[in-house]
Design a protein. Structure first.
Length: 457
């Protein structure tokens, strides 16, 4: 043993000497593990010397995550619900027994999805420095030898593997998605969804196991006093049962205030570079980390475009004067051209578009109410509406709307935005805009709406 002080043997689940549960062969096994130390382990053990590591610092980072991560989890699950799993249009489609109770995503408040989506992405990004700080504070434990001293510890360390692996995986896939959206296609959603559940399970186990330690550790040093302590007065914490404090701490080069400030500062910087994508106004220019946070030129159509008309493969001749909208109802099919739609009652509403990549923006849309179109097709009380675009294939080709999303008085087939015609990139000749509907379902370049009657499949 390289350690100069008794370590986890004070732990009730610990190793030798005597433990009522540990006898015979199992006991010999854990002892042998302890004796056969792989080369390098002791050197490594001695090289973790920061006097800042200890229960208090770990608990400070931990308590931020204890508040922040549940918000990321809940908003993430809400986003899944917002996609309308009931219509088979949330990814992944089949989640087996992980299926949550389905409910119709509300249309009010109209900024609901903007908030859940924005919080999920923004918090997911700004918590990264806290996650890294917390991992730094416990990293020597990764190289502890023996890796476990009992079966209970093996299990605990397994949950840690899922916890750390889970959060790093979620961060990596999430970051890649907001940078290069839909490169992953189906696979990103599947990975991020199931990765999320792995993380949730490990997170709950970890909180249950460690919450008492967190509380004790926070109480051990008053926060305010700690923030006033300079480097010169920064000393290691007393040895702790979790072995977080270094066995041979070196002198402090940063205070705990410095360590907390570094992580806090990094978090604020990330926040400053990120929030702009969720807010309108001049702050949009500060969303430097996000390719999609940028303006789309000046003018009434100058707000972010997720996929351009060219990228979608919609040709100009399809959206010209030959364009027709087809409405299908129970017993009739109605065809309208753009002048015909403009001759109908027009309604104007200020509604946000909120994209899964995190950006959102509120614009003023004008067009025909979806419920008026439903009535025109003879389905005043639809069970659903399937909206198809001019696109031939792909994830965005069509979207299904629930009854509340068709009937809301602000749900529109928009023809104009901010007082002018929609630009080709924003969906000319007509696009769907519905309060609180995820951006991905606000179909652009609409070709057909199929209103289903209640009682149909
Ligand atoms: N037909 C079609 N509709 C679409 C898309 C698309 O690629 N094709 N992108 C969707 C996505 S993901 C979003 S976020 C919004 C973005 O609308 P905007 O480009 O007008 O801002 O349009 C949605 N509607
Ligand atoms: Mo989107």
């Amino acid at each position: 043993m390289s350690r100069s002080r008794p370590g986890p043997s004070t732990d009730p689940t610990g190793a030798p000497p005597a433990n009522a549960d540990d006898h015979g062969a199992p006991r010999r096994f854990w002892r042998a593990l302890d004796r056969h130390r792989p080369p390098g382990v002791d050197t490594l053990d001695r090289s973790w010397r920061s006097p800042l590591r200890g229960p208090w610092l770990t608990a400070v980072y931990g308590s931020v995550l204890l508040v922040g991560l549940p918000l990321v989890i809940i908003t993430g699950l809400l986003d899944y619900a917002a996609y309308g799993p009931r219509f088979g249009q949330a990814f992944p489609h089949d989640v087996g027994w992980l299926r949550l109770p389905t409910f119709d995503w509300p249309t009010r408040p109209s900024w609901l999805f903007r908030v859940t989506q924005g919080l999920h992405v923004t918090l997911g990004i700004v918590l990264i420095p806290v996650v890294l700080g917390k991992l730094w504070s416990v990293i020597p434990k990764l190289f502890n030898w023996p890796p476990a001293r009992s079966l209970a510890q093996v299990l605990e360390r397994l949950t840690l593997l899922l916890l750390v692996g889970g959060i790093l995986f979620q961060i990596a896939t999430g970051l890649l998605n907001i940078q290069y959206a839909y490169l992953f296609g189906f696979d990103f959603y599947t990975a991020h969804y199931f990765g999320g559940w792995v993380f949730i399970g490990a997170f709950v186990a970890h909180v249950v196991l460690k919450l008492p330690r967190l509380v004790t550790a926070l109480r051990s040093r008053p926060f305010g006093a700690e923030l006033r302590t300079p480097v010169a007065a920064t000393h290691p914490e007393p040895p702790d049962p979790d072995d977080l404090v270094a066995a041979r701490p070196g002198p402090a080069t940063v205070s705990r205030r410095g360590a907390v400030g570094l992580v806090g500062g990094a978090t604020l910087l990330l926040a400053a570079l990120t929030v702009g994508q969720t807010l309108d106004g001049p702050l949009r220019h500060t969303a430097l980390l996000l390719p999609r946070g940028r303006d789309n030129g000046p003018g009434p159509n100058g707000f972010p475009v997720n996929r351009t008309v060219a990228a979608a493969g919609v040709r100009p001749e399809e959206t010209g004067s030959g364009w027709r909208l087809t409405l299908r109802g129970a017993d009739r099919t109605v065809t309208l051209d753009r002048p015909g739609l403009l001759a109908m009652a027009q309604h104007t509403a200020a509604l946000p578009i909120a994209c899964v990549e995190g950006w959102s923006t509120r614009q003023t849309w004008t067009g025909v109410r979806l419920r008026d179109l439903a009535a025109l097709a003879g389905v005043a009380d639809p069970a659903s509406a399937r909206v198809s675009s001019l696109e031939k294939a792909g994830l965005f080709r069509e979207a299904v709307l629930a009854p509340n999303q068709v009937l809301d008085p602000d749900s529109l087939l928009a023809l104009r935005v901010n007082g002018v015609d929609l630009s080709p990139d924003h969906g000319f000749p007509a696009r769907v805009i519905v309060p609180a509907l995820p951006g991905v379902h606000c179909t652009k370049w609409v070709a057909e709406i199929d209103f289903r009657v209640r009682g149909d499949d």
